[in-house]
Design a protein around this ligand. Structure first.
Ligand code: ADP
Length: 370
C-alpha cells in the first residue's frame, strides 16, 4: 500500500503559520509612524497651522481603524491557517502511523509466507515418513504372520493330540501358548488392517455376499478359543433366507473376526456370545441387513462410550482384564462399515455385557456400490 507525502500547498501553510511577526502590532506601528511622519512633514513645511491640525485627527483615526480592521482579518486568516496546519500535522501523524502499520503488515505477510513454505516442506517430509512407516509396518507384519501361523498350527496339532497323548497339565500350558499366539495374530491383523484404512474406497471389491455363510465360516474358526474359555458361542441363523449384501468379503470377514474376538476376549469364562442377523431394515429407505454380536462380558464404562471408536483407544476395564491389545480393531471396523455405506453402533452396560450392531446394504445389481 502506497501512502502520499504532504502536498507543496500544505508545506506553504505550515511555513506561514510559523511567521514570528504579529500583523496587528505591525499595522498599528506602521499607521502611528505614518501619521507622525505626515504631521512632522506638514508642520515643517508650514502647510498646516493652528486649528487645521485638528483635521489630521480623523484622518489618523480613520487609517488606524482601517489598519486594525485589516489586521483583524489577517489575524483570523492566520488563525484559520494555524488550525489547518494542526489538522495537517494530525493527518501527517496518522499517515506515519499507517505507514508503520503497513510496514508491519508487510513484514507479517512475509513471515507468514515463509512459515507457509516451511510448513509445506515439513508436510512433504511427514508424508514421505508416513509412507516409509506404513511400508515398514506392512512388510514386517506380513513377515511375522507366516511363522506365527506355523506356531499356532503346531499348538493346534499338539492340543488335538495328533502328535501323541498329552496330560491335562500339558494341555493347559499348550492352550495358553495357543491363545497367546492367536492374540499376537489378531494384533498383527489389526496392523495389517491399517493398510485397508489407508486404502481408499476404490480398492474395495464389492461382491454379492451371503452373510449367513460368511458368518458361519468365521464362527467355526473360534471353536477352539471358546472351548478353552467355556464360552457358549451361538449363531442364531435367520429363519428365512436373507438377500445378499454388497460387501468386500475379505474386509468384512476381518472386521467380523475382530468383533467376535472382542466379544470372546472381554467375556469372562463361562459367558455367552450370540451372533444374529436381522432383516428388520430390508424395506427401509436404505435397505440393509443388520448383524448383532451380543456378549455377557465386562461391558463399556459410560464415561468411555464416546471414545470407543477412536484410534488406539482402549477401555480402562479392558486394559485391566486384557493388557495386550492395539485399540485399533473398532476404529478399523467403523472405517470398513462406513466405506460399505453401512452403520455401526453399540449398546452396553458395564459389568453386564455389550451388543455391537452393524448394517450392510443389500446388493443391487442395477446400482452396485462404487
Ligand atoms: P482392543 O480390543 O485391542 O483394545 P478395539 O479397538 O477392538 O481394541 O476395542 C477398543 C475398546 O473397545 C476395547 O479396548 C474395549 O475397551 C472396548 N470393547 C470393544 N469390544 C468390547 C466388548 N465386546 N466388550 C467390552 N468392551 C469392548
Amino acid at each position: 500500500m502506497e501512502i502520499s507525502e504532504p502536498q507543496p500547498q500544505q508545506s506553504k501553510l505550515i511555513e506561514l503559520s510559523q511567521l514570528p511577526v504579529n500583523p496587528l502590532i505591525f499595522w498599528g506601528v506602521v499607521t502611528v509612524g505614518l501619521v507622525v511622519a505626515v504631521v512632522l512633514i506638514l508642520s515643517a513645511t508650514g502647510v498646516v497651522v493652528g486649528a487645521n491640525w485638528l483635521l489630521l485627527v480623523p484622518v489618523g483615526a480613520y487609517l488606524l481603524i482601517i489598519g486594525f480592521f485589516i489586521s483583524y482579518l489577517s489575524k483570523i486568516y492566520r488563525e484559520r491557517n494555524r488550525l489547518m496546519v494542526e489538522r495537517i500535522r494530525d493527518e501527517q501523524i496518522k499517515i506515519d502511523e499507517f505507514k508503520k502499520l503497513n510496514q508491519d503488515l508487510e513484514n507479517y505477510a512475509k513471515q507468514l509466507f515463509d512459515k507457509d513454505f516451511e510448513l509445506t516442506l515439513a508436510n512433504k517430509r511427514l508424508q514421505s515418513l508416513e509412507q516409509a512407516k506404513s511400508k515398514f509396518v506392512s512388510v514386517t507384519t506380513h513377515q511375522l504372520r507366516t511363522p506365527l501361523s506355523a506356531i499356532k498350527w503346531t499348538f493346534h496339532m499338539l492340543i488335538g493330540e495328533n502328535l501323541g497323548k498329552i496330560t491335562a497339565e500339558q494341555r493347559n500350558f499348550l492352550q495358553k501358548g495357543y491363545d497367546s499366539t492367536q492374540r499376537i495374530i489378531m494384533i498383527i491383523n489389526d496392523l495389517l488392517n491399517v493398510d485397508y484404512i489407508e486404502a481408499d474406497k476404490t480398492d474395495y471389491n464389492f461382491l454379492p455376499i451371503n452373510l449367513t455363510e460368511l458368518v458361519d465360516g468365521i464362527v467355526f474358526e473360534f471353536t477352539n478359543q471358546v472351548e478353552s474359555k467355556k464360552i457358549k458361542l451361538i449363531f442364531v441363523k435367520p429363519s428365512n433366507p436373507l438377500p445378499e449384501v454388497a460387501a468386500d468379503p475379505v474386509k468384512i470377514g476381518m472386521m467380523l473376526e475382530n468383533l467376535i474376538d472382542n466379544a470372546v476376549k472381554y467375556t469372562p469364562d463361562g459367558g455367552r456370545v450370540t451372533i444374529s442377523l436381522s432383516d428388520a431394515r430390508i424395506n427401509s429407505a436404505r435397505s440393509s441387513v443388520e448383524v448383532a454380536i451380543a456378549d455377557t462380558g465386562i461391558g463399556i464404562l459410560p464415561a468411555e462410550k464416546d471414545k470407543i471408536f477412536h484410534r488406539f483407544f482402549r477401555g480402562s476395564n479392558a486394559i485391566q482384564s486384557k493388557p495386550d491389545g492395539s485399540g485399533l480393531g473398532l476404529f478399523i471396523a467403523q472405517d470398513i462399515v462406513e466405506k460399505h455405506g453401512g452403520e455401526i453402533w453399540f449398546e452396553s452396560k458395564a459389568g453386564e455385557g455389550t451388543i455391537f450392531h452393524f448394517t450392510l446394504p443389500i446388493f443391487n445389481a442395477e446400482t452396485p456400490p462404487k
